[in-house]
Design a protein around this ligand. Structure first.
Ligand SMILES: *[C@@H]1O[C@H](CO)[C@@H](O)[C@H](O)[C@H]1NC(C)=O
Ligand SMILES: *[C@@H]1O[C@H](CO)[C@@H](O)[C@H](O)[C@H]1NC(C)=O
Ligand SMILES: *[C@@H]1O[C@H](CO)[C@@H](O)[C@H](O)[C@H]1NC(C)=O
Ligand SMILES: *[C@@H]1O[C@H](CO)[C@@H](O)[C@H](O)[C@H]1NC(C)=O
Length: 251
């Protein structure tokens, strides 16, 4: 800047002002008031889910819980879930987004669509049932937690990990802050159980820190918890060993 003559400096400032105005204009245009700015991709560990909810599963990979915008809930209750619109996705949905409580029912997808999908749909990129569910599957495949953890030798086992080991693995893979949730032991318990992990993306589906959006999420009253039995899930304790429960071996 020192090298610029006064007129050059003026031109620079004018240029910067135009750039900024353009940026704000574009931002305001792309994100009208009330629209979400972040999506939370939530995956859960079926063994932990089932230990709390008294179901049984032999699934040995993380499954989808949901794709939640950071603002809004039940944005359009007259937009009913219609399974035939995502017929082509159903086989993948059954595998990676299963209703662990009722494996053959579409209830879980219907619930997620009504509560979160109809809000996500305010963005053009997700403004149909098919776009919403296929984007969720795409992000799930892209940010595959099972292999992320495996890569850092965090595998389901009777062995306990430190929270730091788990967090380091995830942070090393994604390079952003995620939200790692555990089931806390009852009184006197010494070990927490790894249950659910939230990964955040922006409107362009690029990874961003989850922590930044925590306040916003609470302000908009999105519960971390959607299924009754999971109400004991909360952010893992940094000083307590972590149990990543293995799939029970078949008898
Ligand atoms: C959840 O926690 C409450 C107390 O914090 C406890 O009474 C209840 O049994 C727990 N539920 C499950 C399913 O572990
Ligand atoms: C899991 O259980 C289902 C049915 O209970 C069975 O069809 C499937 O082969 C099992 N998978 C594994 C990996 O054990
Ligand atoms: C709600 O969804 C219905 C059915 O898709 C649609 O006709 C209507 O325009 C939507 N309302 C708003 C406010 O988006
Ligand atoms: C669901 O979608 C299919 C395919 O577009 C359509 O034929 C059917 O009428 C829809 N069902 C309902 C209940 O809206």
């Amino acid at each position: 800047m020192n090298g610029l003559a006064p007129s050059g400096r003026m031109r620079f400032i004018a240029f910067a002002v135009i750039l900024c105005a353009g940026y704000f204009c574009q931002t305001a245009f792309a994100h009208p008031r009330g629209e979400w700015t972040k999506l939370i991709l939530t995956q859960h560990w079926p063994q932990t889910f089932c230990s709390v909810n008294k179901c049984a599963t032999n699934i040995s990979y993380w499954t989808l819980h949901g794709l939640w915008p950071n603002t809004g809930m039940r944005c359009n209750t007259s937009w009913h879930f219609n399974a035939s619109l995502i017929e082509d996705l159903i086989p993948e949905m059954k595998e990676y987004w299963p209703d662990l409580l009722a494996p053959s029912s579409p209830e879980f997808w219907k619930y997620e669509w009504t509560k979160h999908g109809t809000c996500a749909a305010k963005a053009e990129s997700l403004n149909s049932e098919h776009k919403y569910f296929s984007k969720a599957l795409e992000l799930y495949n892209k940010f595959d937690l099972t292999s992320a953890l495996n890569k850092y030798q965090i595998v389901p086992s009777e062995e306990k990990y430190t929270f730091d080991q788990v967090e380091t693995a995830i942070t090393s893979c994604y390079g952003v802050k995620t939200k790692i949730q555990c089931i806390h032991p009852g009184k006197g318990g010494q070990v927490q159980t790894l249950g659910q992990i939230e990964i955040c993306v922006d409107r362009d589906f690029q990874l961003i820190d989850c922590e930044k959006s925590t306040k916003e999420i609470w302000r908009n009253d999105i519960p971390t918890v959607l299924v009754s039995g999971q109400s004991n899930l909360s952010v893992c304790d940094h000083s307590m060993p972590v149990y990543y429960p293995p799939v029970p071996s078949r008898s």
